[in-house]
Design a protein around this ligand. Structure first.
Ligand SMILES: Nc1ncnc2c1ncn2[C@@H]1O[C@H](COP(=O)(O)OP(=O)(O)OP(=O)(O)O)[C@@H](O)[C@H]1O
Ligand SMILES: [Mg+2]
Length: 211
């Protein structure tokens, strides 16, 4: 059986982690081996990078270029150490964010030069591209409600939800839509603003032809 790389994308709280957990339980029942990974992270080196990116030491602020490179350093390690070996074994790899997040956040969100973002991605992933990318689509207001309810409204997120932040998140969300439109064969847009079970069903439906 050939391996399959499915990536989950979308803004904070759209349901990526929840749905990956559900899918990871379902796939073995139809005889598929599953590997779940996340970005940044997914390997010991990647998780160390995640810590630096999410909790910079002291009150240090990470520069946009450094953030881009760290994300892609984590990604390069993930591709080599985890994704390629899992695909070679025929597993279904479920990845919680992948390079579309760099395009959406660093490119569209922080407005870095797209060519530069793409260059960093190319270096990190080579020819390892997702077979299918599920964009869990929710409005910004739902994102804010879910993140607040999770009691994880960090100072950074709080910032992002006020004025300039709202613009940032809008650019990210619009960016995801632009990416999906540009590659309709790879992307599947899933309505994330419905019951958990309905989202799971929609996802299950859209992966069938790939299994
Ligand atoms: N369809 C849904 N309906 C209602 N609540 C949901 C739905 N999907 C997820 N949630 C809730 O929203 C919160 C965020 O979900 P989850 O952690 O899966 O999102 P995420 O996309 O992984 O977010 P992040 O990008 O921040 O990691 C959780 O508390 C989850 O239970
Ligand atoms: Mg998550």
């Amino acid at each position: 059986m050939s391996g399959l790389l499915i990536t989950f994308e979308g803004i904070e709280g759209c349901g990526k982690s929840t749905q990956i957990e559900r899918l990871a339980k379902q796939l073995p029942k139809v005889g598929r081996q599953v590997v779940t990974l996340r970005e940044p992270g997914g390997t010991p080196i990647g998780e160390a990078i995640r810590e630096v990116v999410k909790h910079p030491p002291g009150d240090a602020t990470i520069s946009p270029d450094a953030e881009l490179l760290l994300m892609n350093a984590s990604r390069a390690q993930l591709v080599q150490e985890a994704i390629r070996p899992a695909l070679a074994k025929g597993a279904v790899v479920l990845c919680d964010r992948f390079y579309d997040s760099s395009l959406a956040y660093q490119g569209f969100g922080r407005e870095l030069d797209m060519a530069k973002v793409q260059q960093a991605i190319d270096l990190a992933v080579g020819d390892t591209k997702p077979n299918l990318t599920l964009l869990l689509d929710i409005p910004l207001s739902v994102s804010q409600d879910r993140v607040s309810a999770r009691h994880e409204l960090t100072a950074e997120l709080q910032d992002q939800f006020d004025e300039s932040g709202a613009n940032f998140f809008k650019r990210v969300l619009d960016g995801f839509h632009t990416l999906a439109k540009a590659e309709p064969d790879r992307f599947q847009i899933i309505n994330g603003d419905q019951s958990l079970n309905n989202v799971t069903e929609e996802i299950w439906g859209s992966i069938q032809s790939h299994l």
